[in-house]
Write a protein that binds this ligand. Structure first.
Ligand code: C5P
Length: 309
């Protein structure tokens, strides 16, 4: 039997980062939001000697070290049964190194698909344990929540409702990647306490009370500077500041960075308005940005309503 599922990407609306813990990880407080850009993962048992993964689609992605294989292998180990090799096919649409957690989204889907394919039970506790072992962003995706307040290293996930209605997001991934590990390490070298209130709790309360698309657009100015990794990412990749400047002057809106970058995004009252703004921006992009990927999406997906290329 063949099983297939989509893995949606996320953006971070806020990202508060504390001082590193003894294990090197940083305590986080972040509002995660699932978006309508996703990979597709398919699995079946096969008679090969070991698990196999093939990747297709518009985004190139290495097989070596892929979190899909890691998630399946952890589940097999934990099940303690001689479970047969799996053949995976990953159709990759979510850019790598873009702060969208595509690899983690795929890992969460892989855990669920492997359990189904093998017919092994996966309790909520075991799912969370395996998810956290694969990576810090994976528990958000295994929760299945459309949005969440994420804390700890990433394993504490409090589900939140998505905004009401159908807000649009215009997302741009520049043609360079930012390493998450490098961004956290660079942040540790920057002195200084944050000197402004963090909007994470207020935003979480707002989502719980119900935000509509116009409310979300209205939040953008405050969320623009609510990602603590921005200074580190902008130092690692100086073009990021220029890109944000060009997007903000071209669109007249605040642009937020997701995770450790390099993706930047902005809210619109509808996906159609995001797409229209995307077309206008695309006509003006030059230099390195001419090779950027642009997406206009809603929050449900599975696919953007407009993309370039
Ligand atoms: O957990 P994951 O492998 O996705 O994290 C990638 C890197 O990001 C870690 O190796 C670590 O350097 C950094 N990180 C962190 N604190 C977190 C999450 C990630 O320092 N809460």
């Amino acid at each position: 039997m063949t099983f297939s599922a989509r893995s949606p990407a996320k953006v971070n609306l806020t990202l508060e980062v504390g001082a590193p813990r003894d294990d090197g990880f940083h305590p986080l407080r972040s509002v995660f939001l699932r978006i309508g850009l996703s990979d597709r993962l398919t699995v079946r048992e096969w008679d090969g000697e070991r698990d196999r993964l093939t990747v297709s689609g518009p985004v190139a992605c290495p097989v070596e070290g892929n979190l899909v294989l890691r998630a399946a292998s952890l589940l097999r180990q934990r099940a303690g049964l001689p479970l047969p090799p799996l053949e995976w096919e990953l159709e990759k649409h979510i850019p790598l190194g873009g702060g969208l957690a595509g690899g983690s989204a795929d890992a969460a889907t892989a855990l669920a698909l492997a359990a189904t394919c093998w017919g092994v039970g996966l309790s909520a506790e075991l799912r969370l344990e395996l998810a956290a072992a694969v990576g810090s962003d994976v528990p958000f995706f295994t929760s299945g929540a459309p949005a969440a307040l994420v804390e700890g290293r990433g394993e504490q996930v409090r589900p939140l409702p998505a905004p009401a209605g159908r807000p649009g997001i215009l997302l741009i991934t520049p043609p360079f990647e930012v390493s998450t590990a490098a961004a956290f390490a660079r942040l540790d070298t920057l002195a200084g306490e944050r000197d402004r209130p963090d909007p994470t709790d207020e935003l979480a309360a707002g989502l719980e009370a119900g935000l509509d698309p116009d409310d979300l657009v209205g939040w953008a100015e405050r969320l623009r500077d609510a990602n603590d990794l921005w200074p580190a990412a902008a130092l690692l990749e100086p073009a990021l500041g220029d890109v944000r400047g060009a997007l903000e002057s071209g669109s007249g809106r605040a642009w937020l960075m997701s995770g450790s970058g390099s993706s930047l995004f902005s809210f619109y009252p509808s996906p159609d308005e995001a797409a229209e703004a995307g077309r206008r921006l695309a006509a003006d992009l030059s230099g390195a940005l001419a090779r950027a990927r642009l997406y206009a999406t809603d929050l449900a997906g599975p696919d953007p309503i407009w993309r370039q290329p």
